[in-house]
Design a protein around this ligand. Sequence first.
Ligand code: AMP
Length: 279
Amino acid sequence: MKRFEKADTIRQYLHTFRTESTIGFVPTMGALHEGHLALIETARRENDVVVSSIFVNPVQFNNPDDLARYPRTLEEDCQKLEAAGCDVVFAPSVDEMYPTPPTLHLNFGSLETVMEGAFRPGHFNGVGIVVAKLFNIVQPDRAYFGQKDLQQVGVIRQLIRDLSFPVELIRCPIIRETDGLAMSSRNRNLTAAEREQAPALFQALTLAHDCLLDEQSVTQTKAVVTDFFNEKPEFRLEYIDIVNANTLQPTDYVLAPGQTAICLAAHLGKVRLIDNLVF
Ligand code: AMP
C-alpha cells in the first residue's frame, strides 16, 4: 500500500491510473473499525484502484473538546487498510489541507437546518469543504459513504450535483456490533459501563420502527422514544426525527419502502452518539 501526505504527490501518482482504471475513494477520519473496512471492501470489489484518506478535519468540528478527544491511531489504521485491500492512503497534515483557514462558506439549505445541521452549526460547511478538496485531489470515479451518517450522504449528493463533480456516490449499510450498537470511532471514548448502555440507541430505533409499523403516528412514536430515554438518566436525547431518507425533511407519514428514516442523537457521558434506521 502506498502512503502519501502531500496533495501534489498523490495527485501525480494517481494521474497514471486515471485513463485506464477506475478509482474508488473512501474518506475517513481514522480510528478505523469494521464499518470503515466494509466501505473499503465494497470499493475493492467495484474498482481497480482503492484510495482512502485519513484526516481529522478540524473545520467540521463545532466542539473543541470533541476534536481534542477524537481518537488518532494512524499506524494501526494503515495496517487495517492494507489488510482490507486498500491500495493508496492519503494522510495529510492540517497545514497541508489548510495552509490558511478556508474562507469559503457552503450552505446546504434545508438539508442542514435539521438534525445534525441544527445541533452542530457549521458542521456540514466543514464536511463539504473537506470532501470537495479531497475529490479535487483524488479525482475518484466512485466515492463510498456510510449510511451511519445519513444526513452527510444527502449533503454530499447535493455537493456533487451543485459543483458537477464527476463522482458516483455509493451509500453503504450501517455495520453494527452484535448487540446492535452502530460502530463508530467515538465508541472508543465510552467507559465500560457506558459501552454496556450504548445499545439503547439501536433499541430505541427498533422501538420507533415497531410503533410506526403498528400504525402509531409520528408524534406518538417520538413520544414513546422520548419516554424510553427519560427512564435512562445516563442518556440525554438530543433529537429523534422521522424524515424522508433523501431530503432529510420531517415526514408525518411512513413513505414508500426504503424512503423513511428514523434518526436520533443522544449524549452518553461525554460522548455524542448518532444512529438511524431506514425502512
Ligand atoms: P468517519 O471516519 O467517522 O468520518 O467515517 C468515515 C466513513 O465511514 C463515513 O462515510 C461514515 O458514514 C462511514 N461509517 C462510519 N461508521 C460506520 C458504520 N458503523 N457502518 C458503515 N459506515 C460507517
